[in-house]
Design a binder for this molecule. Structure first.
Ligand code: UD1
Length: 370
């Protein structure tokens, strides 16, 4: 095998990507046949949305930074596509490109890699919310169609791909890599005790994260959500590390002061991985519209209230601790958790902290290195 074929680009773009790429980098780095490097597209760039995760997860400095930044979807995808195409053309040419998840950079880099004829792998393939209006759903479907190798986390993902006519020979179920990240730094997470700095005790508070356009971009929807959170916070103290997008909308719609003043609700800056996961492990429940947190809470047997009409991770509802709720249902669901009326849930198969190892073995086989 030529030396250049051993280079593997691990594309990382936004907060939910960093924890997926970190265990994979750690699994590939010691292998003699492989030289994994991180390519940062720059979709997320604030310290606590990006660099904090590199530090917390032991990710190396990116080999290249595409500096895509914020913008409309078209701008973000377009800039990323152009910049990554140029990087691939400049060389050295990688033997494989791994893209993760469903953000705009995932799709853009998948397209650039495919056009350049580089072997393309999609980590966390096959998830579907069946809501075709979600940008993430469009990114998932298109990336899966482009990829040569699809690493799935669960049987529902395999079934979705089969239904879309994806050749089963391209699909390998490897499990959920987010669990690897969590286990990789679990002692550090446990040492953080993030609740202490907030004057809270384990089991005595809830954690909130919300950033989906459908929840935060319209004044009426965000106002209703803010009121529901204020009511929930009267029952259980809530810590809300607000995404920059959410904070900006709260300010713009003049909802920030009211929310800050709500008794029991603490609005804080976005947190790094260790602090955030520490806060979650000590929580009584989580209220979220995130993708990954639905999985982390299922793994930790923590009640999760997902404020969305659909989920691309149905296994967290079927087996785990996740329930989809409307804004109106939040308060009642919090009461239900506090009354102890919530399933403990089961952890899906292959969510065992060994996914990155299975990915490394799979890639070695596919590239002819094993
Ligand atoms: C993106 C992903 C979403 C993911 C989320 C996690 C897409 C289509 N969406 O949504 O799937 O769940 O990231 O956070 O790719 N901003 C900052 N600092 C940053 C990053 C963003 O201030 O480091 C601001 C931007 O200026 C913008 C807003 O946050 O106003 C949205 O950021 P963007 O990355 O475009 O989309 P997200 O809503 O974060």
């Amino acid at each position: 095998m030529a030396v250049a074929e051993k280079l593997v680009h691990l594309v990382a773009a936004a907060r939910p990507n960093f924890m997926k790429v970190a265990p994979l980098h750690r699994a590939l780095a010691p292998l003699a046949w492989c030289r994994p490097v991180v390519i940062h597209t720059g979709q997320h760039y604030d310290y606590n949305m990006s660099a904090a995760f590199f530090a917390d997860l032991g990710l190396p400095e990116p080999a290249a930074h595409l500096e895509v930044g914020s913008g409309s979807h078209g701008e973000q995808i377009g800039r990323c596509l152009m910049a990554y195409e140029q990087l691939l053309a400049a060389g050295p040419r990688p033997g494989a490109v791994v893209v993760a998840g469903d953000v705009n950079s995932t799709l853009a880099c998948a397209l650039a890699a495919r056009r350049a004829g580089v072997f393309l792998v999609h980590l966390e393939a096959g998830l579907r919310s069946f809501d075709r209006d979600m940008p993430e759903e469009q990114n998932r479907v298109l990336t899966d169609q482009l990829a040569d190798l699809l690493w799935t986390p669960s049987p529902d993902a395999d079934a979705n791909l089969a239904r879309e006519g994806v050749d089963p020979g391209r699909v390998e179920r490897v499990g959920n890599i987010m669990i690897d990240s969590l286990e990789m730094v679990r002692p550090a997470i446990e040492a953080r005790r993030a609740w202490e700095g907030l004057g809270l005790s384990p089991g005595g508070y809830g954690v909130v994260t919300l950033h989906r356009p459908a929840n935060v971009d319209q004044p009426a929807a965000l106002a209703a959500l803010a009121q529901a959170l204020a009511r929930a916070a009267a029952r259980l103290p809530l810590v809300f590390p607000a995404h920059p997008r959410t904070r900006a909308r709260l300010e713009r719609f003049a909802l920030l002061d009211g929310l800050t003043a709500a008794g029991g609700l603490r609005l804080v800056e976005p947190m790094g991985y260790l602090d955030f996961m520490s806060l979650v492990t000590g929580a009584r429940l989580v209220i979220t519209d995130s993708g990954g947190i639905q999985e982390e809470t299922t793994y930790l047997h923590l009640p999760c209230l997902t404020v969305r009409p659909s989920t691309e991770r149905p296994i967290t509802v079927e087996l785990g601790t996740n329930r989809l709720v409307t804004v109106e249902e939040i308060e009642g669901a919090v009461d239900q958790v506090l009354a102890g009326d919530w399933p403990r849930g089961r952890v899906p198969e292959l969510w065992d902290g060994r996914t990155a190892g299975r990915c490394a073995a799979s890639l070695a086989r596919r590239l002819g290195a094993a």
